[in-house]
Every structure is written in structure tokens, then in C-alpha cells.
Design a protein around this ligand. Structure first.
Ligand code: PGA
Length: 242
């Protein structure tokens, strides 16, 4: 799967142009989902344009709330996401973990909320540069993976995004990505006691120069692309050539 994470970028005009051009140029392959995550306020608009473009571009939200028992100003519920045809949701992105200070309990509730409504979570994990330098990467990842209850594991896509690689232009080396992806897969398989396949995608400064090497690894099940996905032609090339 190739995922375009627009973060807090774009406008109606940019989204219209992007979907029109991606719909024209992309060669959608059923075994490789093309997933678009615009800012929440544009989800419904994006969905209507995707329908017009009639290419199988899946829609993902960058946000979901789990606190549904009381009113929540600014909240987005799983029902709302289902209502507008959202099939995926990003949960636990490092930018949210850092700024909103989401705990494992909150993340776990969000995972449950999305899975209960059949919205597939793209669960992000990754270490900071300080944690990497002090050899704490594996411990940090294990701690982050604790948010996923064992019966949710096969329903999640894991996105390994080292925080030091996000938006920095410095992607992780392929050998490092493979080592970490294999660690994540093994740990989750241990937790489920099942041999069912677990998809782990990579994110962090993926671009036109490095996507082939990263995507060609058997340990990498997809790419989560931020900055480079904003340009429709770059994103389409990465999708079509990966
Ligand atoms: P980037 O972002 O590709 O701009 O590094 C990736 C992400 O945060 O999802």
C-alpha cells in the first residue's frame, strides 16, 4: 500500500488538482492500495472528487476520537468517518504523540473504536533520535506496541516511522528498516500466537530517490509518504513504479 499523508497541508483547490491528476495518471493495482489522507476538514470533499475520478483511491482520516460517552467539542467519531466513506485512520503518529501527548490507553481506545467500526488503523510507532542514540529503540517500540491488544493485531497496519526521519530528508538505511520491521513482525506474532501476516509499512523522508530500494525489500509492505506526497506527479510516480 502507498499512503499519502498530507498532514496539515492543502486547500480545496490543491486537493481538487491533486485528485484530478492522480486519478488520471495512476495505474491502480488491487494488491497495492492507494490511500489518501487529507486534513479532516477536506475528507468529505475529497471523497466526492474521488468518486468523480472513478479510480480506487481509498480515503484515510488523520484523526479519530475514542471519548464518545460525553460531548467532545472538536471531536471526530468513528460513525462520522464511516458516514463519509473513510476506510483507514492514522493513529499514534509521532506529531500527535508529541503535541497532544496521547497515552497508550488513549491510543488503545482509538484502535478499538476504529476496529469496531471496520475502519482499518494505520498505527504509527518510532523512536526519537535521543532514544536511538542511547540504544533504546527496541524498548521504545515494545512499549508503543503495548497499545495494541492481542485480538487487534491482525486488524492493524503498523507504520514504522523513526521520528528522526520524519520531514528531515534523512531516511533510515534499508538494513536498519529491515532489522526493525522484522523485530516488529516477530514481536507481534509472539503476542498473537498466530502466523497470520502482519503488514508493516515504512515512513520517514520517502522520496523519488529512495522509494525503490525501500519498497523492494520483502520486509516492507508499503510506504507512508508525507512531504513528497503533496506533489501529485511525485506521488503517482512512486505508486506506479513501486
Ligand atoms: P515525511 O513524513 O515523508 O514528510 O517524512 C512522513 C510522515 O510523517 O507520515
Amino acid at each position: 500500500m502507498i499512503i499519502a499523508n498530507w498532514k496539515m497541508n492543502g486547500s480545496k483547490v490543491l486537493i481538487k488538482d491533486w485528485i484530478a491528476s492522480v486519478s488520471m495518471e495512476i495505474e491502480v493495482n488491487k494488491t497495492k492500495n492507494c490511500i489518501f489522507c487529507p486534513p479532516t476538514c477536506y475528507l468529505d470533499y475529497a471523497k466526492s472528487l474521488i468518486k468523480q475520478g472513478s479510480k480506487d483511491i481509498k480515503l484515510a482520516s488523520q484523526e479519530i476520537d475514542s471519548e464518545l460517552s460525553s460531548p467532545l467539542t472538536g471531536g471526530i467519531s468513528s460513525e462520522m468517518l464511516c458516514d463519509i466513506g473513510c476506510e483507514y485512520v492514522i493513529i499514534g503518529h509521532s506529531e500527535q504523540r508529541i503535541h497532544i501527548k496521547e497515552s497508550n490507553k488513549i491510543l488503545s481506545d482509538k484502535l478499538k473504536e476504529s476496529i469496531d467500526k471496520n475502519i482499518k488503523p494505520i498505527f504509527c510507532i518510532g523512536e526519537s533520535i535521543e532514544q536511538k542514540k542511547s540504544n533504546k529503540t527496541l524498548d521504545v517500540l515494545l512499549e508503543q506496541l503495548e497499545a495494541i491488544k492481542s485480538d487487534f493485531i491482525n486488524k492493524c497496519i503498523i507504520a514504522y516511522e523513526p521520528v528522526w526521519a520524519i520531514g528531515t530528508g534523512e531516511n533510515a538505511e534499508i538494513s536498519y528498516i529491515e532489522e526493525i520491521h522484522s523485530f516488529i513482525k516477530e514481536e507481534l506474532i509472539k503476542k498473537t500466537n498466530s502466523k497470520k501476516y502482519i503488514s508493516v509499512v515504512y515512513g520517514g523522508s520517502v522520496n523519488l530517490d529512495n522509494f525503490r530500494e525501500i519498497y523492494s525489500s520483502s520486509m516492507v509492505d508499503g510506504l507512508l509518504i508525507g512531504g513528497a506526497s503533496l506533489d501529485s506527479s511525485t506521488f503517482t510516480k512512486i505508486y506506479n513504479m513501486s
